[in-house]
Design a protein around this ligand. Structure first.
Ligand code: AHR
Length: 503
């Protein structure tokens, strides 16, 4: 039997886990909004047209923040289209996704939905086709109490109290040539700086996120971050990172090792932020907002077909990846990586939430079900709160196509305000269980309360509306804790949550 070891101590703290690490994202794309969160004719719809069955599944995830309304969509979006009487709102061609946006759900409706879901809105402004003026306008409309034209318009539109949006994205993936209004790093840095400045003059309590690279593999990665931050460092609070992984060559060991790339990506961006800060003699440190992350590749071919047949229709079923078990394992490893970087990664949004590369799927007029990736996110979000601890883990390793010395076992740990500890662990070994022995001397008063395991013999197993429980976590009773020594089996190919509570 393979063995791994771990040492955990309450003094090895990485930092406080910002609850926003478990955020998500809803874009006006595909069936995320129309047919996802909103379907007025659905049997579970409430008076505002929001699907009750979807709301329940979102609530169970305890998502603290949801990024909205894009994504690529936002770079051609006029926010004013989404307010006022619905019947007067325009239908517009959305050049990001080649669909028609009807604006039935807009700013007010989304904020109402967020309230019902128990989450905050992270609002992205358009810095593609628009600029600082429109960005400050929407902050004034949303957050200024009253007494100005725009805040009074909000009141007239039915919202006496400010919407109170505290977190704002300064555009989306502005380094990407596919983006409407794509910019150079210098052009973007200037616009982001001026937008951030005036948005904060309107409401000094807000925080803003500058666009980092659309991924680690962009040719401009690194220089983009450096050059744009050189222009806007003083006025922004976070830098965004986006990353999607796929397994098109069906190489599971390589695919599961992608969290190594994620970790490198985070460390590179932290270094660049600190380099710019150092050059500027800045006291302030920038943190990271990993505001798009997930697995995304299953639906690429299907989407090409949809566009061939049905361009410009409303709510096309785009980006509907059906996630399998190995995707859930990588998602688990990505969450572990975020926790192990909790000192600098303060916000992370799984992209996205419903139907579009999402943990939650619906059928129009039909059911709702959890995809495989729902479970690691739910576990981390509900049990990975408090302070992240630095586990010192030794694991047997493997080599694969793109990486060397990949540890089979990856771990993260948190301690909550009551002193209870949760360990998250993945075993990436395809065939062998691994026994994890953990030296938990500082936690001798704790015992194993629960060991939750997500495993399936078939890495390609999926959940569907008819068979929603094919891949589902189970609780096993196998760990022992004796005088601060934990011994527990991590099954081959598994995501594990080990909860240690007071005896
Ligand atoms: O989440 C889907 C898309 O991926 C977003 O619109 C864009 O920002 C990214 O490229």
């Amino acid at each position: 039997m393979l063995k791994a070891s771990m040492i955990l101590d309450r003094d090895y703290a990485i930092g406080q886990v910002d609850p926003r690490l478990y955020g998500s994202f809803i874009e006006h794309l595909g069936r995320a909004v129309y047919g996802g969160i909103y379907e007025p004719t659905h049997p579970t719809a409430d008076a505002e047209g929001f699907r009750g069955d979807v709301l329940e599944m979102v609530k169970a995830l305890h998502v603290p923040v949801v990024r909205y309304p894009g994504g690529n969509f936002v770079s051609g979006f006029r926010w004013e289209d989404s307010i006022g009487p619905r019947e007067k709102r325009p239908r517009r061609l959305d050049l990001a996704w080649f669909t028609t946006e009807t604006n039935e759900v807009g700013l007010h409706e989304f904020c109402h939905w967020a309230k019902k879901a128990g989450t905050e809105v992270m609002y992205a402004v358009n810095l593609g086709t628009r600029g600082p003026e429109e960005a400050r306008d929407i902050v004034e409309y949303a957050n200024h109490p009253a007494g100005s034209a725009l805040s009074d318009l909000r009141v007239k539109n039915g919202e006496k109290d400010p919407l109170g949006i505290k977190l704002w994205c300064l555009g989306n993936e502005m380094d990407g040539p596919w983006q409407i209004g794509h910019k150079t790093a210098y052009e973007y840095g200037r616009v982001a700086n001026e937008a951030a400045k005036v948005m904060k003059w309107v409401d000094p309590s807000i925080e803003v996120v500058a666009c980092g690279s659309a991924s680690h593999s962009m040719p401009t990665f690194g220089s983009w971050e450096y050059e744009m931050l050189d222009e806007c460092y003083e006025n922004v609070d976070y830098v965004s990172l986006h990353r999607y992984y796929g397994n098109p060559s069906n190489d599971t060991p390589d695919f599961l090792a992608r969290s190594m790339d994620l970790n490198d990506f985070i460390h590179s961006v932290v270094s660049i932020c600190d380099a710019v800060g150092g050059k500027k003699h800045a006291k302030k440190k920038l943190n990271l907002s990993f505001d798009e992350w997930n697995v995304w590749y299953h639906s690429h071919e299907q989407d090409k077909e949809i566009w061939k047949q049905d361009k410009w229709n409303r709510a096309l079923p785009l980006l509907e990846d059906v996630y399998n078990f190995e995707d859930a394992l990588l998602v688990g490893s990505m969450l572990i990586t975020f926790l192990n970087n909790a000192d600098r990664v303060k916000i992370a949004c799984m992209a996205q939430l419903v139907n579009v590369i999402a943990p939650i799927m619906t059928r129009n007029g039909g059911g709702v079900w959890a995809q495989t990736i729902y479970y690691p996110l739910m576990h981390a979000s509900t049990m990975g709160r408090g302070t992240a601890l630095r586990p010192v883990t030794q694991s047997p390793v493997y080599d694969c196509s793109d990486y060397e010395k990949v540890p089979f076992v990856e771990t993260a740990a948190t301690i909550d305000e009551n002193g209870n500890v949760t360990i998250f662990a993945t075993n990436r070994n395809l065939t062998e269980d691994i026994v994890l022995t953990a030296d938990l001397r500082a936690f001798a008063d704790l015992t194993v309360k629960e060991h939750i395991v997500l495993h399936h013999d078939d890495v390609k197993a999926v959940n569907t509306e008819d068979k929603p429980d094919t891949v589902k976590p189970v609780t096993v009773h196998d760990g022992t804790m004796d005088q601060g020594k934990l011994e527990i089996k991590l099954p081959a190919l598994s995501w594990n949550v080990i909860r240690l509570t007071k005896k």
